[in-house]
Design a protein around this ligand. Sequence first.
Ligand code: EPZ
Length: 444
Amino acid sequence: MDRIKIIGGNKLNGIIPISGAKNAALPLMIASLLTADILTLENLPRLVDVELLIRILGNHGVDYSVNGRREHQDSNYSRTVHFHARHIVTTKAPYDLVAKMRASFWVIGPLLARIGRAEVSLPGGCAIGTRPVDFILDGLRVLGAEISIEKGYIDAKTHKGLVGGEYTFPKITVGGTHVMLMAASLARGDTVLHNVACEPEVINLARCLNSMGANITGAGTSEIHISGVSSLSGARIKVIPDRIEIGTYAIAVAMVGGDVMLKGSFPRLLDSVLQILRKTGVNIIENAEGIRIQHNGDAIEPYNIETRPFPGFPTDLQAQFMGLMTRANGISRITETIFENRFMHVQEFVRLGAHIALSGQTATIKGVKRLQGAQVMATDLRASVSLVIAGLAAEGETIINRVYHLDRGFERLEEKLSNCGANIKRIHGDNYLVDKSSSTAAIS
Ligand code: EPZ
């Protein structure tokens, strides 16, 4: 398995191009199932999760084609991809595929809406929590779906097509909002959804559906109205920039110091995060090119956060922000309110010399002057990148194992960081690795 080696201490200076958002790309790709025409997605990031979903959609019969490089386009980054679900050959989403990429469960909405049937493997839990789908199923029942669970599969069907209804989510769910938007778009009559997610990725999907002929109002607020239509056509839509990537690199500059332009980023995607970073002492300049992050590398002011649905502090930046607080000059508290088990990075930070105590869903961090490089283990996508950030600031060498998590959600991470001066490289390894430069043998 690959690992990443970092020699800490270098500041970051230069430009980082921000990629299309993974969490916008996935629902947009799934929306291609709603039409027999071509759905074109621009700025689609090159990520393992995107490639996996292409395979999963392919299993349903969705063709795809990729544009070649255009003039003035950097061929290394995001692409324009065409998805064509002319015929759906199966309504079954098998366990071995869904288990690899949880969001693929969301195909249940479009399959039900377009075909009237969906047999989708229950996604199961993951490292950060049990991740149930009960609210999604309740919402689909309101639209007339008959749902049974057999041998780990959800069997959802509707004989006369979905019918509009009114549903209030007991808890804000991003995936639940995506699924109901797609299902209700082709339901007969009107649907009103309450207590929905307001994430920018929801707005990106609603705009895509409306450009396909849907009739959705209220996306970005807590109440959405959908007037169902009989069919949807093809469209072309751009994937929004990745706000989690923007926040991650902003925190990296705050951690080691430097001056970096995050190119193609919009501040409104992560206002709450930028405001908090300013309060910790980071200088942030917003202009037409993007968001410029400056910090002199001195200690950061401590700041307490609680993760919240958008526009609150995103849970997907919690681990990265904790990394930053490990070097703050004082005590900070971080409370995770979205997922029940999203502190697995804590023990890894402690291996790097951080002082963190856990009590229930709150971590108390006492900042230290310097972290010390060590071997650490990545456990989930966002925890992985928080270890990279810590490694950039730690004294000496940090080796991060299981970096396949990183490739799921960060496009060309090592390249973007090393182009700004970080001493970071990927060590392609089998099961047994002798990395001469660090004169140690490591077994993955
Ligand atoms: C999306 O996951 C994101 N994934 C997650 O990012 C993100 O952390 C999460 O939203 C919250 O912002 C994608 O967009 C692909 P939820 P999702 O449904 O939709 C509970 C990453 O690193 N819940 O908003 O699966 C659930 O257990 C990933 O990119 C139910 O109880 O999350 C959680 O506690 C990690 N029943 C809370 O709601 C349900 O039916 C929010 O989950 C659905 C959800």
